[in-house]
Design a protein around this ligand. Sequence first.
Ligand code: KG4
Ligand code: ZN
Length: 346
Amino acid sequence: MRVLGIESSCDETGVALYDSASGALVHALHSQVDLHRAYGGVVPELASRDHVQRLLPLIDEVLRRAGSERGAIDAVAVTAGPGLAGALLVGCGVAAALGYALGLPVVPVHHLEGHLLSPLLADPAPRFPFVSLLVSGGHTQFLEVREAGRYSLLGETLDDAAGEAFDKTAQMLGLGYPGGPEVSRLAASGVPGAVRLPRPMIDSGTLELSFSGLKTAVLTAVRRSDPASAQARADIARAFVDAVVAVLTAKAVQALARTGLSQLVVAGGVGANVQLRAGLEAAIGARGGRVYYPPAQLCTDNGAMIAYAGYVRLARLGTAAATSAAYPLRVRPRWDLCRLDEAGAA
Ligand code: KG4
Ligand code: ZN
């Protein structure tokens, strides 16, 4: 089965063609980072307009590179939520039109299910069941994944997502957008322990997290520091990264202990963070567990994870995974991952 995947929920236009028989995956991506940089964050209207311009050429590019024609597609998978409503509508509109014109099933995919299943495209891949840590710009949550489609929430952030805290910290330190990679780079030259920041909820005994207090503590540290000192900024970045890594690592260990599982699957943009990876691998490896990630180029938003998640839904649910009406396709800016099947496809 060849599934065309379309992602347009935020600031990346992603398209991919996944062939389930051969496992072949061709994907193409356009990142809007340059477009939004001047504003220090994603501007929803600009994002939607850019998706409109990029999507059809990207589909043509993917089909050309895969040596396929539109007629060779068996199903279209598209991110239907959560995300920016206008941006989602662009992908869903194109998917619905393709489905209608070519007589294909259109599978609405939950963006986080895409992230969650993307490590299955890596080698080595985890096996069900596992614990998943989703850490992106919009989400920070631990989920127990018994099998595809069966997700239960173990705990999540009560306020900001980890990625959001990275991006705000970058702003406060005068770094560029997106902030995660920049803070991570600066932290590498910081002295551990030179600045002390809180590690929110690390001893709460629950799998809930909180990052807004840490953000405020960074602001206080920046105000107290010498604005001319590059080392002072690096030390703050280091303290921030160490705090985030300590909290996420402690909770990940707890999540595995509580579920009795040994595999942790990390997905979402912050999962690309080298310090976080090192912290998780050390702590979980020491307890006989193992950490898995998506292939490097699939850590941030992309169409490949959507094509794959769409395929998994079709394989599991058959035509019930597809929308019953070709158009309109409902977008779900807010959508609970743990109630996917209940919600129905349409
Ligand atoms: O999953 P993603 O691409 O988009 C969604 O939010 O859905 O995640 C983007 C987030 C941003 O907050 C970005 O700063 C963060 O992931 N990020 C990182 C790194 N690379 C991306 N944070 C820390 N370290 C990184 N290397
Ligand atoms: Zn994402």
